[in-house]
Ligand binder design. Structure first.
Ligand code: ADE
Ligand code: ZN
Length: 350
């Protein structure tokens, strides 16, 4: 596939970036969607240039259902994974944990999908592109049995790139509680998987608390509505729970004005945060763009951005050796950039 990649050069382009909250389903370009629809013989539900005009989380999730459903064979899924890793590399994202929710991909059996995505990521890394790991995700509406089925499948055999169990979707649907997922998350932990959950986006602070207490997750995707509860904010800081924050996504779907985003308050409360894109193609964003948004919203300098990137390396679910490599890459960049500032003629880093 010939993919148009929204490359942006900017102050953060050369920083080796780590992304912990990004969905493969939100990484299709319009061109890829048109290509898949044509191959599947399906008409577009609306003109291509209006396809990304969603108004809320539900219409957004339905869109993902539609286009992931256009994927009918493993080769297509591998190709999409490959292109996505390549896209991340154009912005110098060196490591990403990519959420893949099999419920969106109705044209493929779950193990085939995960294997195909893993193969695509293997090939991409072999070609020098981003090291992408996989976090298979449950959908909020699934049953306890469906959740256990996924975890048992992962326990019996999974591609090495699979590092975590995730849960995403609309937290505001009826029966969105976590109680029926307790066993599946416990089994995932026992199987050696990391655990993360979408919460504090379409749910309030109670969603975050429940993800921690009932599911025992180590990280929270979004989690931003924790600011509505000062005691919870203190807990997140004390227990060093990382929130994987996505400014553009929260602005599009939740706050509708970036100046209302609570990232400054999260930082002020010393809650560990990372910066992420969530669904980069749909939201027309990149990691560099999200960092730029964060620096202007919170008046961050290089040291603070470097600290946030180190936080991502610390919270990553990869093996410790890889995490140490990521810390070193960030440090090398920081050292170079400082040397460049002290001796501008000697080096050019950014
Ligand atoms: N799946 C893809 N993007 C999502 C989001 N922002 N919230 C919940 N589920 C998602
Ligand atoms: Zn998400």
């Amino acid at each position: 596939m010939n993919v148009q990649l929204p490359v942006q050069a900017g102050p953060w382009h050369n920083l080796p970036k780590i992304e912990l909250h990004v969905h493969l389903e939100g990484g299709f370009s319009l061109e890829q969607v048109a290509h898949l629809a044509k191959a599947a013989g399906e008409p577009l539900p609306k003109p291509l240039d209006e396809l990304y005009d969603f108004t809320d989380l539900d219409s957004f999730l339905s869109l993902l259902d539609w286009w992931c459903g256009l994927v009918r064979n493993p080769e297509q899924a591998s190709g999409l994974a490959y292109d996505f890793a390549k896209f991340l590399s154009t912005d110098n994202v060196v490591y990403a944990e990519v959420i893949v929710n099999p419920t969106h991909w109705r044209g493929l059996k779950r193990p085939d999908l995960l294997q195909a995505v893993s193969d695509g990521f293997d090939q991409a890394q072999a070609d020098g592109f981003c090291d992408c790991r996989i976090s298979p995700s449950l959908l909020r509406q699934q049953s306890a049995e469906e959740a256990m089925e996924l975890v048992e499948e992962l326990d019996h055999g999974r591609p090495k790139r699979v590092v975590a169990l995730s849960i995403d979707g609309n937290q505001a649907v009826p029966s969105a509680g976590n109680a029926r997922f307790i066993t599946a998350f416990k089994a995932a932990r026992e199987s050696g998987l990391g655990t993360t959950a979408h919460a504090g986006e379409s749910s309030g602070p109670e969603g975050v608390r429940s993800a921690l207490d009932e599911l025992g997750v180590q990280r929270i995707d979004h989690g931003v509505r924790a600011v509505e509860d000062p005691a919870l904010l203190r807990r997140l800081a004390e227990e060093q729970i990382t929130l994987n924050v996505c400014l553009s996504s929260n602005t599009a779907l939740l706050y509708h004005d970036i100046n209302r985003h609570p990232l400054p308050r999260l930082l002020e409360a010393s809650v560990p945060v990372t910066i992420n894109t969530d669904d980069p193609m749909l939201l027309a964003t990149t990691m560099s763009r999200e960092i730029e948004l964060a620096t202007s919203l919170c008046r961050l300098g290089i040291n603070e951005v470097v600290a946030i990137m180190h936080q991502a390396a610390t919270a990553a679910f990869c093996e410790p050796r890889r995490s140490n490599e990521l810390h070193s890459l960030i440090d090398q960049w920081a050292t170079n950039i400082k040397r460049h500032h002290e001796h501008p003629s000697k080096d050019s880093t950014s």
